[in-house]
Design a protein around this ligand. Sequence first.
Ligand code: CAA
Ligand code: NAI
Length: 246
Amino acid sequence: MRGLKGKIAIITGAAGGIGKATALRFAEEGANIVVADFADGSGTVQEAEAKGVKAVYVKVDVTSEEQAKAMVAKAIEVFGKVDVLINNAGITKDAMMRKMTKDAWDAVIGVNLTGVFNCTSAVLPYLLEQKSGVVLTTSSIVGIYGNLGQTNYAASKWGVIGMTKSWAKEMAKNGLRFNCVAPGFIGTEMVKKIPEQVLNEKIIVKIPQGRLGEPEEIAAAFAFLASDDAKYINGTVLSVDGAGTL
Ligand code: CAA
Ligand code: NAI
């Protein structure tokens, strides 16, 4: 890989889990980072800066159009440009369909789908102006195949794939690239909420590689897709799931 030296990357949901691992991987590759999260991201900033790059924390709720715009404005103020946006902030509110409330539907769609719209809309004027840029979004194995108890989440994660493909068709000619990574089940706080019995007896047993993935394994996919090595990869979905989709 040729690295991300000097690139400016906004990573949402970077206070922990996959977003934090991605921020640290990007820092190792030489990128400067905007750690964007509504949870405290100062830990990610410290660890990224220890790798010799500049990082800044921006408190943002991606469900707010205004806050998404302010996040991008801060990135421009500090770094003067943005090269990469990683739409990674996400939540679950699982329930079987017959028990799923409208509130649980709205909450998940608000963060996982509308949040991606808000952040991408906010950064686009800058990317279009500079005629270069990469927008990567965290989809999920659940977006491709569905999952018990995840009507809201599956809809949001399938939705971001459709958005990504549409954006590639609209704006590849402007020098921009849009791709998704679709992780399988990764060992973060999100997966810790799954009832232990369901996780062990219904989920892990179906993963051909026999284990959960690690956040760093998703970060590696983002680093590749953001790099110039992926410069002809546009509008696609990279599954990183231990063969879980087979
Ligand atoms: N896969 C397969 N079977 C599942 C399942 C799953 N994901 N979730 C539940 N089941 C099964 C249960 O084992 C149970 O089976 P039995 O009747 O044979 O015992 C049955 O469905 C009913 O489950 P519960 O008794 O737990 O029903 P509930 O109404 O109390 O709770 C639930 C339902 C909230 C969906 C709960 O089971 C649950 O949280 N399941 C996990 C859902 C899940 O997989 N979430 C993924 C979160 S991580 C993530 O989303 C990241 C990503 O992108 C991959
Ligand atoms: P996580 O819960 O560790 O991290 C999610 C981060 O998003 C948190 O830091 C949280 O504060 C932030 N966040 C949530 N709502 C926000 C909002 N409205 N505004 C700003 N930040 C917000 O979970 P994880 O696993 O790291 O998830 C990251 C992404 O990966 C999510 O989009 C998730 O759906 C996706 N994913 C996770 C998988 C897994 O198995 N862990 C598998 C497939 C996809």
